[in-house]
Design a protein around this ligand. Sequence first.
Ligand code: AMP
Length: 398
Amino acid sequence: MPHALTLNAGSSSLKFGFFELGDLQGEPQSRILGLVERIGQGERAHIKAKGADGQVLLDQEYGRNHVPDHGTALARVVDFLREQRPDARLAAVGHRVVHGGPDYAEPTRLTPPVMDRLAQFEPLAPLHQPHNLSGARAALELFPDAIQVACFDTAFHRHHPWVNDTFAIPRKFYDQGVRRYGFHGLSYQYISETLEKTAPHLHSGRTIVAHLGNGASMCALMGGRSVASSMGFSALDGLPMGSRCGQLDPGVLLYMLMNEGMTPKEIEDVLYRQSGLLGLSGLSNDMRTLEAAGTEPAREAIDYFVFRIRRELGALAAALGGISTLVFCGGIGENSAHIREKVCEGMGWIGMELDTGRNLRGERIISTDLSRVRILVIPTNEEIVIARAARDSLAGAG
Ligand code: AMP
């Protein structure tokens, strides 16, 4: 039976999934999911893996410098998988690649020319794309006989109307690729496909999805297709995130450059790593820590996060001409009843009425029976979207 490996490389982490593909017709079956964290020079990397039943298969810390890069991390993952499943026949590897630029709107086989083209998008996503591609290079070397497929976070948004694809700056920038791409596309695709299967009457309507995790964005779906997203050119725009700033007046960048004399690298560091919940609270990028802290700056950071979600909700509803369904997903969206309640508070004017009991119990439907807008919590699953693309690519190559 063919198997697929899914890889999702972050700046210092590597998520992996091991799937059985059966006869290439049905749903890929997840058998192992895992994560290598703290990849990098001088770090003590940590690997965790669980089986389909949630049983912990591996939980191990490495010595300092034992996992200095993503290639080594992948080699450790492969050692572990070979030990667990010596029978495995890895026929496909699916990669999450953050940026497909203006070219790629579908999952794409990774060939040397495609790799070269994707490397040209590194300046568009400097903190993600190089790691995604180094993971892909390592996998191409380790599994030369497997089909390798890239799945892009931007692809789901590539059919936005032009007014929502551009900025009002001279056209030459648009032609160079300075556009509103939108991200978290694999997560939104999963939510859209899940709605189509489980609630087709909702799928055909106007849906807003709030992907609230360490990275956070929102997306407007019309009949299951993305028409607008809170994220733009980079993964910085829109909602504030764990340590990313979200929407910012570009005048602030000019101020930092011209008045503070900051270098581009320093500004990049502030916007990506020192802002968002961390920057406002001065405490942490982690919502659980902020909810537990109860200090004034922690509360204010949460208030700002919620305010921006509510503001974006109104904007996306206007872009859609209404809203019939709101979906929460991501680590915060799936787990924090408190944040969901604050987002929905006083939203009766738009037709949203939260059932506080259902919300606290973490049920799938958390709106009241009378609420005009259906409010749902759907745990997202980017790995299965990658595994399905790997299966389809393999079936197509058949
Ligand atoms: P993700 O990037 O999707 O894994 O989400 C990570 C974020 O989810 C972090 O800010 C976590 O603190 C947050 N999170 C996870 N579980 C909870 C919870 N039970 N309550 C509040 N926030 C949570």
